[in-house]
Ligand binder design. Structure first.
Ligand SMILES: O=C(O)CCC(=O)C(=O)O
Ligand SMILES: [Fe+2]
Length: 236
């Protein structure tokens, strides 16, 4: 068993952790096959053109557990992952949903954002991201960039405001890697240069967090509501 208390401390300090070789190759290979089987290589975007254009987010979501693809339960039920989540969030945390995010070759990835508003430091989502393929500069692009400690720095600066990128960390997760990322932590995904990129996200939240906390995403140029596909606020 990994040292969950060490990782929990690191999570609260940095807003993210990255652990390689967390899941066995057989499991993530199976997931990757199911994902490719579902999407093929040229799926259509699920978001509106306005959102894609404005947010510079080019990912296509899939919710396999909602469709009864039961092999995706294995990660939710993983004892080590549950123990680690418990060490970070304490009693009463709950699973939100699992979501596969697919990006085609030549797409832009995701612009800098926060998954939800940092209004209340006690209410947020955690992305528990598992990677079923190697993500690196040479083969795929699409690395995930994060700013350590930014989960404690409030709203991500708007486009015109100063945005300090000097502490940015670039994550190149490998097949089987786990990344936990606080929803208030500033993050982005680099352009996808390889054939495709996928990540699978088992979102959780602490007790007292509304189920729809990630309905409103914060980008440097806007605040966006997914359920109504509308821009709530333009930021300049
Ligand atoms: O796919 C990733 O590496 C990160 C995606 C992301 O922004 C998120 O899960 O909120
Ligand atoms: Fe995100």
């Amino acid at each position: 068993m990994i040292d969950v208390h060490k990782y929990a401390k690191q999570f609260w300090r940095d807003g993210f952790i990255h652990i390689e070789d967390f899941f066995p190759a057989e499991l993530v290979n199976l997931y990757n096959e199911k994902i490719i089987g579902h999407f093929g290589m040229t799926p259509k975007f699920a978001h509106t053109d306005e959102f894609i254009e404005k947010s510079a987010v080019e990912v296509i979501p899939w919710f396999p557990q909602r469709e009864g693809v039961t092999c995706f339960d294995t990660v939710s039920e993983d004892e080590t992952l549950r123990t680690l989540t418990q060490a970070i969030l304490g009693d009463g945390w709950y699973e939100q949903y699992s979501m596969v995010m697919f990006s085609k070759q030549g797409t832009v990835g995701q612009a800098w954002h926060q998954d939800c508003a940092p209004t209340d430091p006690k209410q947020f989502n955690i992305n528990r991201l598992i990677y079923t393929m190697d993500i690196d500069q040479e083969t795929t692009g699409g690395q995930t960039m994060v700013i350590p400690g930014s989960h404690k720095q409030g709203l991500i600066p708007s486009l015109s405001a100063d945005f300090d990128l000097s502490k940015t960390v670039t994550l190149s997760p490998k097949k089987g890697s786990l990344v936990l990322l606080h929803g208030h932590c500033y993050h982005m995904v680099k352009p996808v240069t390889g054939k495709y990129r996928v990540s699978t996200n088992y979102r959780v939240a602490p007790k007292g967090t509304p189920e729809n906390i990630t309905d409103i995403g914060i980008y440097r140029n806007m605040i966006y509501q997914f359920s109504t596909a509308s821009v709530l606020e333009e930021r300049s």
